[in-house]
Design a protein around this ligand. Structure first.
Ligand SMILES: [Mg+2]
Length: 379
C-alpha cells in the first residue's frame, strides 16, 4: 500500500433541534450545536468526526472555539502527514496545543474513521476489539419539572425503551434537589432506579446529610455531587460506603484518573471521549480504573450518531463498564446528520460493525442544519 497522506481538513458548524428542552444545572438548551470535521486522504477516502459540548459552562470549550482551534492550529499540523502515524499525530497535537480536549477528540475521531475505512475494519477493531456488542443506555430525566420527569420515566418503562435513569439536578438549592430526587426514586421504585447528577452543584454537608436517605431509596450513584476540584470531599463521600460516587467533571485527563484512584475519591468513572481528548485517552483512563477497582460508566456529551458511534467503539472493549452508559444522544436529538442513525432498543444501543465509525454522512441534512449566517433566511 502506497503511503496515504492527509490532503485536506475542513470544518463547519451545525445546529440541530432537540425533541424537548434539556435542563442542566446552569442552563436550559433548546438545540444542540456541533462542529463537523472532514479529513480527506490522498486516496480519496474521507474520515468524519464531530465535536460537541453540553455548553461552554462545562469545560470552557464551545463549538466555535473548537472550529477555530482545528482550522487555525491543528489542520496545518496534519496536512501531508501519513495517516498510519496516527499516534504520532496525536502526540504532535498535544505538544503544540495545550488543553482543548474537545477539539482534539473531534480530530482523533475523524482520523480513526479514515483509518478504519482505509483498512476496511470498524474502529473498535483498531482500539482493542469487542468485549460486548451492545451497551445498556440510561436516559436522563431533565425536563426541569418533577411531575414531567416521573411521567417520562414511567412512559419509557412502559414502552420498554429505557429501564434506568439519571436525573439532572443542581438547579434548585441542594435540600430541595435532594427531596425532589427522593420523590422520583420513590415513584419508579420496584421497576427502575435512578442516579443523580447535580453537575458539581452540591456542598459537602448537604450531600453527607442526605446520603443515608439516598442509600435507603436505592439510588444507583451520585454523579459529581461536589465541585470538580473538591477531591478531598469526594473521598469523604466514598468513605461513607453508601451510594457509589461517580467522578465526571473532576475527571478529564489520564492524570486526573490517577489522582482520583490514588486519593480513593471515586467508585465510578464517567468516561467521555470529548472531555478526555479522544478514544485513546478514554481507554487509558478505563485501564487505570480497572487497576484501582473502580467501575466505569459510558458518559456522553450528547453527540449525534457520529460521536455516539465513536463512544460505542471505545466503550465496547472495556471490561469494567459495570454501569452501562448514557449514550442516548441520537434519541434525544430531533434529527441526525447521518443516513443510518443508531437506534436504542430494549434499553440497549448496538456497536456499528461497518468500516470506520460505521455511520454515513447525510449531505442533505448537513446542508439543512448548517449554521446560517446573520441575515440569512432559515428555510
Ligand atoms: Mg455529568
Amino acid at each position: 500500500m502506497s503511503k496515504v497522506r492527509i490532503k485536506q481538513v475542513s470544518t463547519e458548524l451545525l445546529d440541530i433541534p432537540i425533541k424537548r428542552p434539556h435542563q442542566f444545572s446552569t442552563v436550559k438548551v433548546f438545540l444542540k450545536s456541533f462542529v463537523l470535521i472532514k479529513i480527506e486522504l490522498s486516496n480519496g477516502l474521507i474520515g468524519i468526526g464531530e465535536g460537541t459540548t453540553p455548553g461552554i459552562w462545562w469545560n470552557g470549550e464551545s463549538v466555535e472555539t473548537m472550529k477555530l482551534v482545528i482550522d487555525q492550529y491543528i489542520a496545518p499540523l496534519l496536512i501531508d502527514k501519513e495517516l498510519t502515524y496516527l499516534e504520532q499525530l496525536l502526540q504532535t497535537m498535544n505538544r503544540q496545543i495545550r488543553a482543548n480536549p474537545f477539539a482534539k477528540a473531534t480530530v482523533e475521531m475523524a482520523l480513526f474513521d479514515a483509518l478504519g475505512k482505509m483498512y476496511q475494519v470498524p474502529v473498535h477493531q483498531l482500539l482493542g476489539s469487542l468485549n460486548q456488542d451492545k451497551i445498556a443506555v440510561r436516559w436522563a430525566l431533565a425536563s426541569g419539572a418533577e411531575d414531567v420527569d416521573i411521567q417520562e420515566a414511567k412512559d419509557y418503562i412502559e414502552a420498554n425503551k429505557f429501564a434506568n435513569f439519571k436525573t439532572k439536578s443542581g438547579k434548585e438549592i441542594p435540600e430541595e434537589d435532594a427531596k425532589r430526587n427522593l420523590r422520583i426514586a420513590e415513584e419508579v421504585k420496584s421497576v427502575s432506579s435512578i442516579g443523580i447528577d447535580p453537575n458539581g452543584s452540591w456542598d459537602r454537608i448537604t450531600t453527607m446529610k442526605w446520603m443515608p436517605r439516598f442509600f435507603e431509596a436505592g439510588i444507583d450513584f451520585l454523579e459529581q455531587p461536589l465541585a470538580p476540584y473538591d477531591i478531598e470531599g469526594a473521598a469523604m463521600l466514598v468513605e461513607m460506603k453508601q451510594v457509589p460516587v461517580m467522578a465526571d467533571e473532576s475527571l478529564a485527563t489520564v492524570q486526573d484518573a490517577f489522582l482520583l484512584a490514588k486519593e480513593q475519591a471515586a467508585n465510578i468513572f464517567s468516561l467521555k471521549i470529548h472531555k478526555s481528548g479522544g478514544m485513546r485517552n478514554t481507554l487509558k483512563i478505563a485501564g487505570i480504573a480497572e487497576a484501582a477497582g473502580i467501575s466505569c460508566f459510558g458518559g456522553t456529551s450528547l453527540e449525534s450518531s457520529i460521536g455516539t458511534a465513536a463512544c460505542l467503539h471505545a466503550f465496547a472493549s472495556i471490561p469494567n463498564l459495570d454501569y452501562g452508559s448514557e449514550l442516548f444522544g441520537p434519541s434525544w436529538l430531533a434529527d441526525d446528520p447521518v443516513k443510518n442513525p443508531l437506534h436504542i432498543e430494549d434499553g440497549y444501543i448496538h456497536v456499528p460493525r461497518e468500516p470506520g465509525l460505521g455511520v454515513v454522512l447525510d449531505d442533505e441534512k448537513v446542508a439543512k442544519y448548517r449554521r446560517k449566517e446573520k441575515g440569512e433566511v432559515i428555510a
